[in-house]
Design a protein around this ligand. Structure first.
Ligand code: AMP
Length: 507
């Protein structure tokens, strides 16, 4: 099926001949979607996309609630030869405006309930068509899909053609669109399917967002490529997950999931028949790994990846899953540690910048040739910006982030973006934004602010000033006023000093 479309062909192979098998169980309605229904809906949606003018290479942007219709749109976009561009549901109209102006999609699909707010934003950015998806699977896109006929002939696309663009946060406040090819997505999902032994009998609990690489590509592509089933939850809920475990086999989560589940009654009994727990997107504390093993008897399998590269390393399926490490490079993927100053490879065991090369690596940043040249070497290695080392057994340890990235609840937040917004507010002199360890979110955003002499401004004023321009997950959990920021001899703000000062705040 779907011959000539590199990714689509591979996504449907495992379920061919077993099209009546369930692909998705809808957590909200209890309904089951078979592979046959899913692909025929995706084909009809592809028909709709082409009818409204989507041509090969056109971007299809979407900011909508997590629904099966949104997954159909992903596969439909691939079938139509388009480039899928999902956006975080927390982004405000001001943020969406930037993404639409930068990516210039042919279509923007938004939440049916927010159409009034987003339509003018899309129009201003020059987007030709706005469609909607509702949280209840309704909306204009579903109506058009239901009026179309299945049997769409997949548009021909090769391994090097783009299948998706996922935006990451930018250190200067500008997000960068990582361009992902058909081959990058297909090869990584195939590798993970085999490494983690996914097969048609697996039932994955899917509680991750689908605008991010983890929930969209890792969870969804692997399920499709193995012909497995998936319990599709609109968001994380510890009690519901425990309720599903006896009929499921795998859970994929961010560390926050595991911390919360450990606080729930009945985890030990519920997890008896599960075969695999995967964690990633942020560091899993060794303490959480150990507690989990004590309570459930399972060692969480931690892996490491990023938007630009899909997954790079994984602890072994068979063999030692070591707490505090992200495991070994995946087959076909090379990981190198280099000197942050010179870029030269470092001797084994030393800490430096992690660089990655393989078929999984992205094709560059959308519209940013200079950024691409800075981070993607001519020899194919991508400079991840993560700091780490590789031990004598080949396990990769991540020790920090070169660029002060904050990861809260699995989402990346770059301090610079928040600092720029705070500094613009009335009565503010300057600010420093840091990530502080948080028992639930991994890290929490803290803003340390210096007010202008004599200005009467409060934390509440700052929150009011940020609300409309900043997604909720990026908004500070604490704002403190100080006389001055600590600085080193070179005049640089010492964020490490601030991090130490606030280290115990959310423990
Ligand atoms: P994203 O692009 O949102 O997937 O974020 C990627 C970043 O998350 C990486 O560059 C790492 O800094 C971090 N990350 C992902 N997985 C892990 C992990 N298992 N341990 C530590 N950091 C991780």
């Amino acid at each position: 099926m779907y011959e000539g479309n590199y990714l689509a062909e591979r996504l449907c192979t495992a379920s061919m001949g077993t099209q009546n098998n369930p692909f998705l169980y809808n957590h909200q309605t209890g309904e089951k979607t078979t592979y046959r229904t899913f692909f025929s809906n995706a084909e009809r949606m592809a028909e709709v996309l082409v009818a409204i003018g989507v041509e090969p290479g056109d971007r299809v942007a979407v900011q909508a609630p997590k629904t099966i219709a949104m997954l159909e749109l992903y596969v439909a976009t691939v079938l139509a030869g388009g480039v899928f561009l999902p956006l975080n549901t927390a982004y405000t109209p001001a943020e969406i405006s930037y993404f639409l102006s930068d990516a210039k999609p042919r279509v923007f699909v938004c939440d049916a309930e927010q159409e009034e707010q987003f339509s003018p934003v899309a129009k201003e950015a020059g987007v030709a068509k706005v469609l909607t998806i509702g949280a209840d699977e309704s909306g204009l896109l579903a109506e058009l899909r239901d009026a179309a006929v299945p049997g769409f002939k997949a548009v021909s696309r090769g391994p090097d053609d783009l299948a998706a663009i996922l935006y990451t946060s930018g250190t200067t406040g500008r997000s960068k669109g990582a361009m992902l090819t058909h081959q990058a997505l297909a090869s990584n999902a195939e590798t993970l399917r085999d490494t983690w032994r996914f097969n048609a009998d697996d039932v994955l609990i899917h509680a991750l967002p689908i605008f991010h690489t983890h929930g969209l590509f890792v969870a969804t592509n692997i399920t499709l490529m193995a012909g497995s089933s998936c319990i599709f939850m609109s968001n994380f809920n510890a009690d519901d997950i425990l309720g599903y475990m006896p009929e499921a086999t795998v859970l994929m989560g961010v560390p926050t999931f595991y911390v919360r589940l450990l606080n729930s009654e009945g985890l030990s009994k519920a997890s008896t028949n599960m075969r695999l727990f995967v964690s990633g997107s942020a560091p899993l504390l060794a303490e959480t790994h150990d507690q989990w093993r004590e309570v459930t008897g399972h060692a969480i399998l931690e892996r490491y990846g990023m938007t630009e590269t899909n997954m790079n390393t994984s602890n072994p399926y068979d063999g030692d899953r070591r707490a505090g490490t992200v495991g070994l490079p995946l087959p076909g993927i090379e990981v190198l540690v280099t000197d942050p100053a010179t870029g030269a490879p470092l001797p084994q065991g030393e800490t430096g910048v992690l660089e990655v090369r393989g078929p999984n690596v992205f094709a560059g940043y959308w519209n940013m040739p200079e950024k691409t040249a800075e981070e993607l070497r001519d020899n194919g290695f991508f400079i991840t910006g993560d700091l780490g080392r590789i031990d004598k057994d080949g396990y990769v340890h991540i020790v920090g982030r070169q660029k002060d990235l904050i990861i809260s609840g699995g989402f990346n937040i770059y301090p610079k973006e928040i600092e720029l917004l705070i500094d613009e507010l009335e009565g503010i002199n300057e600010s420093a934004v840091i990530g502080v360890p948080h028992a639930d979110f991994g890290e929490a955003v803290v803003a340390v602010v210096v007010a202008q002499g004599g200005a009467e401004t409060s934390a509440a004023d700052i929150m009011t000033g940020l609300k409309d321009d900043l997604a909720r997950f990026k908004q500070p959990k604490r704002i403190d006023f100080v006389e001055s920021l600590p600085r080193n001899a070179m005049g640089k703000v010492q964020k490490n000093v601030l991090r130490e000062m606030y280290a115990g705040t959310f423990r």
